[in-house]
Design a protein around this ligand. Structure first.
Ligand SMILES: Nc1ncnc2c1ncn2[C@@H]1O[C@H](COP(=O)(O)OP(=O)(O)OP(=O)(O)O)[C@@H](O)[C@H]1O
Ligand SMILES: [Mg+2]
Length: 348
């Protein structure tokens, strides 16, 4: 196996008595895109800042390309970083913004211009090299920030929610752009996000964090259908949780529940009788809220996407008594271990 681009070994970060990052072990594979995903406050930025060298871990070690870099200052790590607020220098042209990193690293002027141009080509903005940042749209500024980080030829490119300032459509476009840049350059990228769709679409490896710990990691194709526990399942959009009656717990997504007439045979699926509480029209589908009873006799609230174009039964409406079918193949079995309470700052 090749040496990972970076490795965190038992890394913790404490602020007073509060543990923001709790003894995590993480390998960043070379030439891949790894995302750190998790809710606000789970320790994503803190982890990225330790990787970049902006804050030293309280304990543990950081290796970069196999060498101990735990105490190496940021400017000696040769990493590119784009923060959520990607402050460009307003008085410099786009080209000079991008050439800034190489300049600080004493790269000679002709080589600097070459690199800036190359990086701007890569993000598709070479034609705007002479503009000032305020003459650019938000998405263009975002790409300049990206070019600026790439121009230093970093060993690792660290991106902290780089798309969060963009509108929804541009954000989706930029996901593909970053993927393209990654595959064209072979760069190792670590991207922080709290958007599960972004992580699923962009990651080679996704790392899910909660309360300073890594709760699950792997390729999206492996993680998505098999969330380890209820927290991960909820985070990935599994809205429905069922006790199966044999001690097993399962999660199932709204698009996999079928709302059918009461007398429909179960046909190998888990079947529950339910009452329709609410039906919300959403264009492509109806979001149906149901009250059901699971195999243990407990009341459960379920959400089902009902697509009129593919559904077999009649369109549900509030008050209907219906049957819910959850195909066995669509059930994600969960680790039944209860999730510990989220630690509160100041309480140890
Ligand atoms: N310098 C600091 N001093 C004290 N607490 C801090 C400091 N920096 C971060 N924290 C706390 O550590 C925890 C993790 O913060 P972090 O910024 O890593 O979260 P995050 O996962 O990036 O969240 P978000 O998605 O909101 O950006 C939070 O509870 C935060 O309040
Ligand atoms: Mg953050």
């Amino acid at each position: 196996m090749t040496t990972p681009a970076a490795e965190l070994i038992g890394v913790s970060q404490r602020f007073g008595s509060f543990t923001a990052v709790d003894a995590i072990d993480l390998q960043i594979p070379r030439g891949r895109l790894t995302t750190l995903l998790g809710p606000s406050g789970c320790g994503k930025t803190t982890t990225l800042r330790m990787l970049a060298g902006y804050s030293a871990p309280t304990s543990g070690r950081i290796l970069i390309e196999g060498d101990d870099a735990t105490r190496t200052p940021p400017e000696k790590r040769n990493l590119g970083m784009v923060f959520q607020s990607y402050a460009l220098f307003p008085h410099l042209t786009v080209a000079d913004n991008v050439a800034y990193g190489p300049k600080m690293r004493r790269v000679p002027a002709p080589e600097r211009r070459l690199r800036a141009n190359e990086a701007l080509e890569l993000v598709g903005l070479a034609h705007l090299a002479d503009r000032k940042p305020k003459q650019l749209s938000g998405g263009q500024q975002q790409r300049v920030a990206l070019a600026r980080a790439i121009a230093i030829r970093p060993r690792l490119l660290l991106l902290d929610e780089p798309l969060s300032n963009l509108d929804a459509r541009l954000r989706v476009q930029m996901r593909a752009e970053i993927r393209r840049i990654q595959s064209e350059t072979g760069l190792t990228i670590v991207l922080v996000t709290h958007d599960q769709d972004e992580a699923l679409e962009m990651s080679d490896e996704m790392v899910l964090m909660r309360s300073g710990k890594i709760v699950q990691s792997g390729a999206p194709r492996d993680v998505f259908p098999a969330p380890a526990d209820r927290f991960v399942a909820e985070f990935l959009g599994y809205e429905n949780f069922l006790a199966l009656g044999d001690g097993r717990q399962a999660a199932v997504r709204p698009e996999h529940l079928r709302v059918v007439p009461l007398d429909t045979p179960a046909d190998g699926a888990v079947a529950l009788d339910a009452v329709v509480r609410d039906v919300a029209y959403r264009g492509v589908d109806l979001l149906v809220t149901l009250d059901a009873t699971d195999a243990t006799g407990a009341a459960v609230r379920l959400l089902a996407d009902h697509r009129a174009d593919t559904a077999t039964g009649p369109t549900p409406s509030a008050g209907d008594r219906v049957r819910i079918l959850a195909p066995e193949a669509r059930l994600a079995l969960l680790d039944p271990t209860p999730i510990p309470a989220t630690p509160t700052e100041g309480i140890s």
